[in-house]
Design a protein around this ligand. Structure first.
Ligand code: PMP
Length: 285
């Protein structure tokens, strides 16, 4: 089915949505993006996603050629043009077309692209029974090299880890930071429950500060669950009572096995189930 794509300032049929082969988004992964979701016609935390997009752009000295309000409207218009109520939205801003050299100052016309599609979820059994994941040997990129807090078009670090996970028969893989601490998964944040307390690595562990992560932390507070950011090691995960991942696409998904160790009782735990349910209510409020 052909989609309608927003590109720069207008909606066009998919076949007409084109960017230059000289775009540095393609040549160097020079650009930023967001993945958003709409539930029953409402985009979940649109403002937070736009704020993160603007923060990522600012960090790489990329000026987004639209005002936030205009981009928010473009997201809504793109969903409507595709007749989507429950959808996944990819928002991309590239550096624009330049020369074959690196110099971003020689690029003109950053490209703003919005793609709206249906969401392909993990199979329901993963949510019911929980995921098995492995630790990737590929470390999360060191913040001093490139901050993982920037949601950039260069996802090779995560893709390398994803390949390792897939090779081990897992759809997600755990990534450690350069200090050997738990950072996050390739496209999801990680939480554990230990003695009734919910723990997740802080932003300076080298993670993307997920919108879903922040929503789940709020839900935990509202439910009276003690939730805090903490430095975690693999040992903390192996010996946790529960573990789950959060992300826009995955939502809240239990993890029941890490590197061949059953987590807790080996089935999704009560705190995970509670927060999964609360999240489903929240997104449709
Ligand atoms: N970490 C990484 C590396 C990601 O790509 C994502 C997905 N965007 C997340 C965490 C989860 O973030 P969010 O909840 O904002 O989707």
């Amino acid at each position: 089915m052909s989609r309608t794509i927003f590109i720069n300032d207008r909606l066009v049929p998919e076949a007409e949505a084109r960017i230059s082969v000289f775009d540095h988004g393609l040549l160097y992964g020079d650009g930023v993006f967001e993945g958003l979701r709409s539930y029953a016609g409402r985009v979940f935390r649109l403002d937070a996603h736009l704020d993160r997009l603007w923060a990522s752009a600012r960090a790489i000295c990329l000026e987004i050629p639209l005002a936030k309000e205009a981009l928010a409207k473009a997201v809504i218009d793109t969903l409507a043009a595709n007749g989507l109520e429950d959808g996944y939205i990819r928002l991309i801003v590239t550096r624009g077309a330049g020369t074959l050299g690196l110099d971003p100052n020689r690029c003109s016309n950053p490209q703003v692209i919005i793609i709206a599609d249906t969401i392909s979820l993990y199979p329901q059994e993963f949510y019911d029974q929980g995921l098995r994941i492995v630790t990737a040997a590929t470390q999360r990129i060191q913040p001093a090299a490139l901050s993982p807090r920037i949601k950039s078009l260069n996802y090779l670090n995560n893709i390398m880890a994803k390949l390792e996970g897939l090779r081990a028969g897992c759809v997600e893989a755990l990534m450690l930071n350069h200090k050997g601490e738990v950072a996050e998964c390739t496209g999801d944040n990680v939480f554990v429950v230990r003695s009734g307390r919910l723990l997740t690595p802080p932003p300076d562990a080298g993670i993307l500060e997920g919108i879903t992560r922040n929503a789940v932390m709020e839900l935990a507070h509202a439910a009276g669950i003690d939730c805090r950011e903490a430095t975690l090691t693999r040992h903390d995960l192996y010996t946790a009572d529960e573990c789950f991942l959060t992300g826009t696409a995955a939502e809240v998904i239990p993890v029941v096995d890490i590197d061949g160790r059953a987590i807790g009782s080996g089935v999704p735990g009560p705190v995970t189930s509670r927060l999964k349910d609360d999240f489903h209510v929240l997104v449709r409020q």
